[in-house]
Design a protein around this ligand. Structure first.
Ligand code: ADP
Ligand code: MG
Length: 365
């Protein structure tokens, strides 16, 4: 993978920078999880300090802000430490670059037809006037979108510091010795999580399961899960996985309410905590229960607590998992908090990510 460090002279280079500003926004319009934005600063500041002319592109999916950055700009400026110029539409980019006046941000790239389709013609339009493309949005790397993939065919392309760090940390987890390695998998969306479990069966000592994923496995084992939330296609996804494998640790008990499994139970918390205590490296994705309701947050909170108390290397990721640990103030107790949800899971499942592949095959002259 080509990285930003390889570029020797950035002075006056026109850089198209793909950033991750796709943050959840509260009802009051407040940015939640500012860490994703702060994580962009190192690369942005580096480019600016080296004298590059930078236009950032990003997507924002939160409906409450109309999928536009307009209402978020004052908060973005505070988080970045300076104001950026705002370009509403793609045609404004060309004229801006002729009278460049500091780093700029183009509004939601997904407003453009062709972005999600990975349209090469759109990528050409996006690239016009730029010398270099830098991707610093790890969380979008599992998407085959124009500002992630097709763009790399028309501009010399490099990974920013964040992608470099994400790949190094997550590859480090995959490569770490099996002895003492624990994967904790919860939350929902079996299609993204079961492939990780499958990939880690040969790579981890223990896989602790909770959340809807545990419900899915219980059901696949033929047990009655009542009215619990399950994934429709879990049984197909679980095919080929030995559900009685001793590495796969299912919760011993559950917190059940109105015929619904909504959290792991106290015995499970105790057993999981003991395994966590004796581990060397922990990778965690997915809440153990419906943590948004305090009545079902115990599993998630106590597992988070156990992880932070262990001497193991601690890696965590996933939108909801990160907000759960942020809510109880444990975020800075982790060695690495991934900005990737789907992208992290895809990477850990051993899949090829279009955005990362694109950075390695461009013939850069
Ligand atoms: P992440 O974003 O960290 O990858 P997911 O999006 O996969 O996590 O899953 C988080 C969601 O799963 C939360 O909204 C949580 O309420 C829900 N959840 C976890 N366990 C259960 C359960 N037993 N029943 C219903 N929902 C659950
Ligand atoms: Mg989620």
């Amino acid at each position: 993978m080509r990285t930003l460090r390889e570029i020797t002279d950035l002075k006056d280079k026109k850089v198209l920078l793909r950033v991750d500003f796709d943050i959840p926004v509260s009802d009051g319009g407040q940015i939640e999880e500012a860490f994703r934005i702060k994580k962009q600063k190192e690369t942005l500041d580096y480019l600016v300090n080296q004298g590059a002319k930078v236009v950032m592109v990003a997507h924002v999916s939160d409906e409450s802000v109309g999928q536009s950055f307009t209402a978020l700009l004052p908060q973005l400026h505070l988080l970045l430490g300076y104001e950026v110029n705002f370009l509403k539409t793609l045609p404004e980019v060309g004229s801006y670059m002729e009278h460049y006046a500091g780093p700029a941000l183009l509004d939601n790239i997904r407003q453009n037809a062709g972005e999600k389709e990975n349209d090469p013609e759109f990528a050409k339009k996006l690239a016009a006037g730029f010398d270099i493309y830098v991707n610093n949005d790890f969380a979008v790397c599992h998407r085959n979108h124009a500002s992630v993939s097709a763009i790399t065919k028309v501009l010399p392309s490099y990974a920013g510091f964040l992608i470099e760090e994400e790949v190094a940390k997550l590859q480090g987890v995959i490569d770490a010795p099996k002895n003492g390695k624990v994967l904790i998998m919860g939350g929902a969306k079996a299609s993204t999580k079961i492939p990780v479990i499958k990939n880690f069966l040969s790579k981890a000592d223990k896989i602790l399961v909770g959340g809807v994923i545990a419900n899915d496995i219980l059901k696949a084992k033929g047990q009655d899960v009542g009215d619990s939330v399950v994934d429709e296609n879990a049984s197909e996804l679980l095919a080929g996985l030995d559900l009685n494998n001793s590495q796969l640790a299912m919760p011993k008990d559950y917190n059940i309410s109105q015929n619904n499994i909504l959290d792991i139970g106290p015995e499970a918390i105790k057993e999981f905590s003991e395994i966590i205590k004796n581990s060397k490296i922990i990778i965690w994705n997915g809440p153990m229960g419906m943590f948004e309701d305090d009545k079902f947050a115990d599993g998630t909170n106590k597992i988070a607590q156990a992880i932070t108390e262990s001497s193991a290397a601690k890696i965590v990721g996933g939108g909801d998992t990160v907000s759960a640990i942020d809510k109880i103030g444990l975020m800075d107790k982790f060695d690495f908090v991934s900005t990737g949800g789907g992208a992290m899971l895809s990477f850990l499942a051993g899949e090829k990510l279009p955005g990362l592949e694109a950075l390695s095959y461009y013939d850069n002259k």
